[in-house]
Design a protein around this ligand. Structure first.
Ligand code: NAD
Length: 285
């Protein structure tokens, strides 16, 4: 069997185009969506992420405010800026690019963001809302996985399916499990202490790998016809980008699979843009 490729690049482009159209309609009503992005320090990967977020804003028609602060910025100074942006009525979303320099407490910064502007979905109020099924912002990567499943494999009904998520981080694994529960899947969360990962994965109709280790999911982990979503971003021995899944082997067994790159990766920014749009709608309700 050769799996259908779930094209994250195409699906994220589709979502951004939909947002572009909806944003133009908002503009006609006099509403401009504004995202404030804060970057502390000069981490090259973070600089790329921030640049891509700004580019996406430009494409869709959002206003983006950019704050690039030196690495030695104090925690107080950063918290002051967050507060200032919380208070500004023209700012809909606030994003503080992680990781922050070691002398700054990330938790404190996340908690300082007004939950109604927390477009990353990291604030405990938004995490709690997800747990109890209330309206709030959902972490972008897991939200992107749901869109990949719904748009990339439209005939596949998630409801009632066995879903195994590998990884239990606060930004991917845990919110992913809650979103899959919301879609009525039967959810198992596997992690570094799981015994017999192979047997656990083998019963899954949907496997979502979010580990951060190349080839941790092999053909032996996958049931014939399963849908496989690879969130991992790793470098293989040749320095090439790869996911957590042994793509070559697993794509012979799965019914649908995401590639790395070009799968989950592009979805994260698309869902961030979606959260910004939702934030603006709420602010103007
Ligand atoms: P993390 O390090 O916080 O969590 C990794 C999880 O994997 C942990 O819960 C751990 O228990 C589990 N784990 C580790 N070794 C394991 C093993 N051998 N078997 C089973 N479980 C094991 O990582 P994270 O932030 O959740 O990210 C996971 C991966 O997803 C990384 O490669 C990261 O780069 C990638 N990621 C991608 C995107 C994207 O936009 N595509 C976004 C976020 C994270």
């Amino acid at each position: 069997m050769s799996a259908k490729l779930i094209d994250g690049k195409a699906i994220s482009a589709q979502i951004k185009d939909e947002l572009k159209e909806k944003t133009a309609a908002l503009k006609e009503k006099g509403i401009t969506v504004t995202l404030a992005v804060i970057l502390v320090g000069e981490d090259p990967a973070s600089q790329v992420y921030v640049r891509n977020k700004k580019k996406a804003c430009e494409y869709i028609g959002y206003n983006s405010l950019s704050y690039e602060l030196p690495a030695d910025t104090s925690e107080d100074k950063l918290l002051e800026l967050v507060q200032e942006l919380n208070d500004r009525s023209d700012v809909d979303g606030i994003l503080v690019q992680m990781p922050l320099p070691k002398h700054i407490d990330e938790k404190k910064v996340i908690n300082a963001i007004d939950p109604s502007k927390d477009v990353d979905g990291f604030h405990p109020v938004n995490v709690g809302a997800l747990v109890i099924g209330e309206e709030g912002f959902v972490s972008c990567t897991p939200a992107g996985v749901i869109q990949l499943l719904k748009r990339g494999v439209p005939d596949f009904d998630i409801s009632g399916k066995e879903c195994v998520i590998i990884g239990r981080s606060n930004i991917v694994g845990k919110p992913m499990s809650l979103l899959m529960l919301r879609e009525n899947a039967t959810v198992t969360v596997a992690h570094s202490r799981t015994k017999d990962l192979e047997a656990v994965c083998k019963r899954a109709d949907i496997i979502i790998a979010a580990v951060g280790k190349a080839k941790v999911i092999t053909a032996d982990h996958v049931k014939e016809g399963a849908v496989v979503i690879d969130v991992g971003i790793n470098r293989n021995v040749d320095g090439k980008l790869c996911g957590d899944v042994d793509f070559e082997a697993v794509s012979q067994i799965a019914s649908a699979i995401t590639p790395v790159p070009g799968g989950v990766g592009p979805m994260t920014i698309a869902m961030l843009m979606n959260n910004c749009y939702e934030a603006a709608l709420r602010h103007h309700r």
